[in-house]
Unconditional design. Sequence first.
Lengths: 898, 101
Amino acid sequence: MTWSDLLLRLKAVVFHVRVEDELAEELRAHMDFETRRGVRAGLSPSEAERAARVAFGGAAQVAEQCRDERGITWFEDFAKDLSYACRQFRKQKTFVAVAALTLALGIGATTAIFSAVNGVLLRPLPYPSPERLVNVWSSIPSKGIPQMGFALPDLEAVAARNHSFESVAGYFFGDANIAGQTPQRVPALIATANMFQLLGANAALGRTFSASEQSFGKHYVVVLSDALWRSRFGTRPDVIGEAVRLNGKMYNIIGVMRPSFQFPSPDIQLWLPMSFSPQDGMATRDNHFISAIARLTPGASVARANADVRAIALNLQREFAENAGIEGGVSDYFTSVVGDVRPALLILLGAVGLVLLIACVNVANLFLSRASARQREFSVRTALGAGRARLVRQLLTEAALLGSLGACLGIALSAWLLRLIRVYGPGEIPRLQDIDIDIRVLAFTAALTLVSVLLFGLAPAFGLSRIEISEAMKAGGRSVTTGKGAGRYRDALVIAEVTLALVLVIGAGLLLRSLAALNHVDPGFRPDHVLTMSLSAPDAAWTSSAKIERFYGELNQKLEQIPGVQAAGASTALPIANVGGWGKNFTVEEHPASRSSDVPLIQYRQVTPHYLRALQIPILEGRFFTADDDSSRPLVAVINESARRRFFPNEDPIGKQVHLGVPEVLIKDRLPRPDYRMPRLTIIGVIGDVHHAGLRQPPFPEVFVSHLQGSVKDNQESAGHMYLVIRTDSDPLRIMPAVRAAIRSLDPDVPVAEVATMDQRLHGSLSANRYELFLFGAFAGLSLALAGIGIYGVISYSVRLRMHEMGIRMALGAGSQDVLKIVFRHGLRTGIAGVALGLILAGALTRLMSTLLFGVKAMDALAFAGGAGVLLAVAAAASFIPARRAAQADPLKVLRAE
Amino acid sequence: MQGTLDLLILRTLESGPRHGWAVSDRIQQISQDLKVNQGSLYPALHRLEHQGWIKAEWGVSELGRRARFYRLTATGRKQLARETEMWARLTAAIGRVLEMA
């Protein structure tokens, strides 16, 4: 088909009437010219006209031939096929309903998952030229730290010395206590002033930071998120210029961002400029806490920028002793946003694709049975001169009509599914609220439908080639015994269904086993009946550690007086929730590291005496803190089991001296005084390991110090921000009002946040796993049902075809048991073939999902055997029903009916 | 012969655009013996148009009647050259066979 051909055909279809008129006009013109010639030659006008008509031949036929050449018939045939298909469908409502719904389920589920993939993985980030955004990070490979934040001087060095970036911005997470009638604690981001500009984001109201606001003293300005502006400031446009008390200091509101601006995560409610007071100890070379994002100069590659940053880090190593072992690098920003969910989403897309494939096979089977039933119709049409191509086109038209119907229903279904995903989806999926059905999703669905239509529409077309006209005609009104070939073709389709369904069932089984394994992981404490929440001291009023210590001490006492409370404690970190991480160098007095880059890291927590009792973490050795372990007593520390294994593999840790820093001999030139020594702590106990970062991550070494000793000189200050853990007799949430009252009675300005029971946190930590299992399980269930229907359909159809044969067998003495066996065996044979293939395919495919698995291998025997068993049971059940029907048939009736 | 008519039409249009009747008139004038069926001319014109070898435009004839004028396209010109050559080869071959036999 050439271009001009296609265009002209299109024109003929679109401007049907005009093209017809033009044709008539053209032929009329010919007649006029011919008539005029006749007149010129001396004929009378009427004679000339007749002569012209004779010379021309049948005008109608000529017009028809022209139409043929123009391809008008092509269009009209299509219209005819379509209306014929509609008539057919109207007569077969059940067939249409079953087929369209099956397709709609497949297309709808696939479209929904693809929208998620599209929204999360494919759609570009909402910043200008997002492909030039990169993460920049520090690392200490020698200590096994692949990525960490920058120290401020290092970040400044990278920003100044690089040849790869337009600009580099730093940020770290913080919390802001908003004072007012109801004090509120919200997640905040503290960022360098150039961050908004780097991202290309403008304020919806007011402005973003100016460069000068990064200098200390001028930094009391805040940019609000759209969400906070709505929830706390009533969407007033005049908030700009208003003052608000944050963490005890007055800040000027200078801007409000758009709802779409959610850097770096949707939970951030306000942005503050990064600035450090000259006395601040945080801005030193050994505090690595600033994340960095940069914009590549146009044309710069991530690889080159990575080499650039690494070279800068290596130079810094030579220049500063504190930078020993510290390297750095650059990675794609987009990957860091979606990297974690990419495998899960792609696996789900693959799984739902299998469901669609099964749906297509099922519809193909339906079409095939229908085509066999229509053999007579087709043979009559063939006998009357219809070409095979014409019949195939008729079938494809019907398939396309059905496909469109399925696609429309499917899109409606996916819109509904998307609402569910948005509402119930696990919170940790980034950009989840962005997912929607856009033009790309619609194009994907259209392509999907086209492929599906070809898949199931061509199946009966292949079957068609097997029709022997004469045979079908000879068979007369009786049903035609389909050839062995067609039967085998249908069996193959069902085997394919069983194969695909088994892969999905095994996948779901593996996820189920993973979740079970996760549920069996001992968290290291008793999570039931524990209430948790975060409290933070308002910075301004609580400057002294003594005041903080007194507050938490009195609060714990008050809480334990509440009826139903067994124990109340507080800690700077909370198990499972993965909050409050605080890494420190760790040196055992008796075997210190010989190089500063070899000093191991440990997780540091400050806790109150009843923390252990509230969580019921076991004491393995020695003792835990008491209220006596205060600043007047020798400094003590407790370590967990992991820390004992790591640092005291062959000795008793009790009584050993440790300190939380680098051995002084390694940093002689940086000590405040030559004889300076960091405070030593004596280990008094070992407690059980607790899973901090969810159940998937193994526990890591931890050291605990008494909150009451937190303020001892040079140790650290006592943490103002802590998590309460309260063990209760009954439902922990019931005591929440009493807890609030106790807090308010001590200080009404302390905001309470993140209230949840430990059970809720544990449950929440597994939400992604449950979600994956739920979706996979739904897909597996759907595919099982479809495969069951497929087997049932094929077996009952073959029973119908073989009724005659069965009747003869029974007349000749075969018992109903024999008939049952014959049919049942057919079904089971199909099932077994599918299962065998499915096991092989699953063996090849489950490897792909190993990132989603926990505590179970991708080739888990139980999941494979269980899946095979389920599929065989379904195959058996689906073939037993038609087998019994065949066995119960009366042979006389069957034979007479023929 | 279908191909023959196509060739004649293309050749006729080589000297400039013409409407359908003028094409048939011209073919008859020049060939003298060849009687082209006027009716079969139009399907052929439409076919050639679909193949992109000729292009149709409405215009006004020398006698003032609105008519559809066909003109040779660049690809049509190439096709004409190809077919002319083939025709020459074919007639030469047939001529040789007739002489030898």
